[in-house]
Write a protein that binds this ligand. Sequence first.
Ligand SMILES: Nc1ncnc2c1ncn2[C@@H]1O[C@H](COP(=O)(O)OP(=O)(O)O)[C@@H](O)[C@H]1O
Ligand SMILES: Cc1ncc(COP(=O)(O)O)c(N)n1
Length: 297
Amino acid sequence: MAPPAVLSIAGSDSGGGAGIQADLKAFAHAGVHGMTAITALTAQNTVGVTGIHPVPPEFIVEQVRAVQADIGVDAVKIGMLGTAITVRAVAEALELVGDVPIVIDPVMVSESGAVLLDDEARQAIVEHLLPRATVITPNLPEARVLAGEGPRDTAAWARGGDPSDDVADLARGLHALGPAHVVITGGHRDELVDVFYDGTEIHTLTGEKHPDGAAHGSGCTHSSTLAAHLALGATPLDAARRAREAASDAVKHGLRGIGAGAGPVDVLNISVRGLTARQLGATDPKEHLSARDIMRP
Ligand SMILES: Nc1ncnc2c1ncn2[C@@H]1O[C@H](COP(=O)(O)OP(=O)(O)O)[C@@H](O)[C@H]1O
Ligand SMILES: Cc1ncc(COP(=O)(O)O)c(N)n1
């Protein structure tokens, strides 16, 4: 039997760490067929974004139409959008896919600090996309911006007091904007806690924090894994648990030797398999599953 087919509507990261490149790896890891409708090309590496080239809106719709017409779409993940024009094109494209789960990761700023969403686009997401979402997956700063609170000094905030009530209130506030479920991811907090809200109950999804891991692409990996598990039939809460586990594991095994900045996550555990190949005595680099010497400090 064919696996479910899941569509990522997101930006391309030329460095291979985040965006659709991370999404396709996460889909493969979860056991679904991944498809893409690219919203923007970014010229990007681990230290920065040097250019953004938006895809014309009608071509975003065209990509969705093509995959829907032949393959069909069992779930959608939405990532980097960039501009309000793109947001409106994506809202139009969603009309084509019918009533399938939609996961929205409201990407705003890259791990390297580049702004990936303008103010008008943020408003358009709230207006056109949040009400249609099955699950939204903002990180904490993104959640604050969507809720209209404005970004805070999250580092200072994380140091002070018990944040859990605060984040739970934030999740309730975002739920009022229309999504069926809210997950506020916890990568930016001292404690690793993703907060899940279904409109009735708050669930805290805890795990071990890997401060020495590599986290470029963690949010993309999380939201794609979540969409994949919804397509596989999991409940939103179970899908959020699986997503947290996969993203955390991908951070833990993140490729710190790739690039000078925040290294890409490794959801496929290429580094571990490369290490195993080395331990088994492979000497020819081509025998390694890792393309680079992953043991490089
Ligand atoms: N250092 C870390 N250790 C373990 N898990 C992490 C770490 N950083 C992020 N995660 C997990 O990765 C997922 C994405 O989180 P986050 O980093 O908040 O998103 P984003 O990449 O959008 O900022 C979440 O499930 C989060 O718990
Ligand atoms: C195309 C694209 N999409 C999303 C992100 C966010 O990912 P991260 O916050 O890990 O840099 C990114 N940097 N680039």
